[in-house]
Design a protein around this ligand. Sequence first.
Ligand SMILES: *[C@@H]1O[C@H](CO)[C@@H](O)[C@H](O)[C@H]1NC(C)=O
Ligand SMILES: *[C@@H]1O[C@H](CO)[C@@H](O)[C@H](O)[C@H]1NC(C)=O
Ligand SMILES: *[C@@H]1O[C@H](CO)[C@@H](O)[C@H](O)[C@H]1NC(C)=O
Ligand SMILES: *[C@@H]1O[C@H](CO)[C@@H](O)[C@H](O)[C@H]1NC(C)=O
Ligand SMILES: *[C@@H]1O[C@H](CO)[C@@H](O)[C@H](O)[C@H]1NC(C)=O
Ligand SMILES: *[C@@H]1O[C@H](CO)[C@@H](O)[C@H](O)[C@H]1NC(C)=O
Ligand SMILES: *[C@@H]1O[C@H](CO)[C@@H](O)[C@H](O)[C@H]1NC(C)=O
Ligand SMILES: *[C@@H]1O[C@H](CO)[C@@H](O)[C@H](O)[C@H]1NC(C)=O
Ligand SMILES: *[C@@H]1O[C@H](CO)[C@@H](O)[C@H](O)[C@H]1NC(C)=O
Ligand SMILES: *[C@@H]1O[C@H](CO)[C@@H](O)[C@H](O)[C@H]1NC(C)=O
Length: 266
Amino acid sequence: MPLSLHLHLHLLCLSFLFFTATSIAEYACIHSSQMCEDVNISYPFWQIGASDSSALKNICGISVFGLYCPHNGSKPTIELSGETFIVEEINYADYTLTLVDADVTTQDTSCPRARNITLDDTFPLIYSSLDVNLSFYFNCTIDPPPPISLYLAPIECLRSGENMSYVCVLPQCGVEVNDWSRSCEESLPVPVMKGKISYPVNDTFDEAMQIGFVLNWTNMTDCFKCEASGGMCGFNDSTSAREFRCFCNNGKIANPECSSACPRNW
Ligand SMILES: *[C@@H]1O[C@H](CO)[C@@H](O)[C@H](O)[C@H]1NC(C)=O
Ligand SMILES: *[C@@H]1O[C@H](CO)[C@@H](O)[C@H](O)[C@H]1NC(C)=O
Ligand SMILES: *[C@@H]1O[C@H](CO)[C@@H](O)[C@H](O)[C@H]1NC(C)=O
Ligand SMILES: *[C@@H]1O[C@H](CO)[C@@H](O)[C@H](O)[C@H]1NC(C)=O
Ligand SMILES: *[C@@H]1O[C@H](CO)[C@@H](O)[C@H](O)[C@H]1NC(C)=O
Ligand SMILES: *[C@@H]1O[C@H](CO)[C@@H](O)[C@H](O)[C@H]1NC(C)=O
Ligand SMILES: *[C@@H]1O[C@H](CO)[C@@H](O)[C@H](O)[C@H]1NC(C)=O
Ligand SMILES: *[C@@H]1O[C@H](CO)[C@@H](O)[C@H](O)[C@H]1NC(C)=O
Ligand SMILES: *[C@@H]1O[C@H](CO)[C@@H](O)[C@H](O)[C@H]1NC(C)=O
Ligand SMILES: *[C@@H]1O[C@H](CO)[C@@H](O)[C@H](O)[C@H]1NC(C)=O
């Protein structure tokens, strides 16, 4: 753009900044970084109950990324689709977090009975390429016939009378097990890390489930638009809907992105 216009824009932005300076605090979001055991809780994650007593309650971060820290030597937890998960690790460089189903850690750890965990499709978290699904079949009344019996490992500790339970690694056991699996009470996919599975899988699924699986938070369209425009994603914790808000560095709130009237890096 012509230099004069550029300069004009700068002056306009500066005066705008000057006149709105007093309202910056009012519309800023609280951004903190805290350790919970060895897990670093930083933006876009936030710690539930840790915000200061500010009446504004504007928290920087993604509303569903609130972590609870028990402060008793245990790692933080997160609620996803109504279930509690232990947060083993957050990797801010790779945009990934490693989770363990809390239910798995409270059962007999050498023989966890997986349950159906379904992540909401609209969630800003997707399964990472580091994951693989185990497929569990519980309370099957018929033994798997060859050739699928080759892939299905029986889980002795989940036997119930004549009923046997099985596990296999997807996609090794694919659609061809569908007919047989109708003889089972329940069948479920359970994500684990690819590298943590070894064979026979009926001996290692328990450890893999204790180590957990990896989710990727790259699917946050609105938030990334906001960040690219120089803002910070946040929400107002005192409103029940916790709607997404983009907190701009000029003290304004926008949705989803800050006005491009002012150059970003000045
Ligand atoms: C936690 O992570 C944030 C963001 O990567 C970083 O700025 C901060 O220094 C880290 N804190 C600690 C104690 O490692
Ligand atoms: C810490 O508290 C959490 C939640 O209240 C509980 O599940 C966990 O077992 C406790 N851990 C220890 C080591 O006491
Ligand atoms: C990303 O999220 C949108 C909803 O916000 C969803 O419709 C879409 O399927 C998601 N994409 C992926 C790759 O999960
Ligand atoms: C996270 O997702 C992005 C694309 O959405 C992908 O490029 C990246 O490889 C993923 N990371 C992992 C560890 O799965
Ligand atoms: C595992 O299964 C879930 C649920 O069916 C699916 O959303 C996910 O993409 C699968 N993951 C892999 C690595 O195949
Ligand atoms: C199999 O069914 C029995 C009887 O309903 C139940 O007690 C048991 O927990 C089931 N086993 C599995 C692995 O789901
Ligand atoms: C694993 O499967 C083999 C047969 O494929 C069986 O002999 C063994 O007892 C099973 N182990 C467990 C822990 O269930
Ligand atoms: C065996 O599994 C069937 C369902 O597949 C269930 O109705 C039955 O109660 C189970 N029997 C035992 C002894 O667990
Ligand atoms: C798991 O639960 C979800 C929602 O409750 C349901 O839609 C889905 O069919 C279930 N999946 C399996 C494999 O049972
Ligand atoms: C957040 O909500 C509270 C209570 O509804 C309200 O007083 C406050 O002004 C709100 N903050 C913003 C920035 O909208």
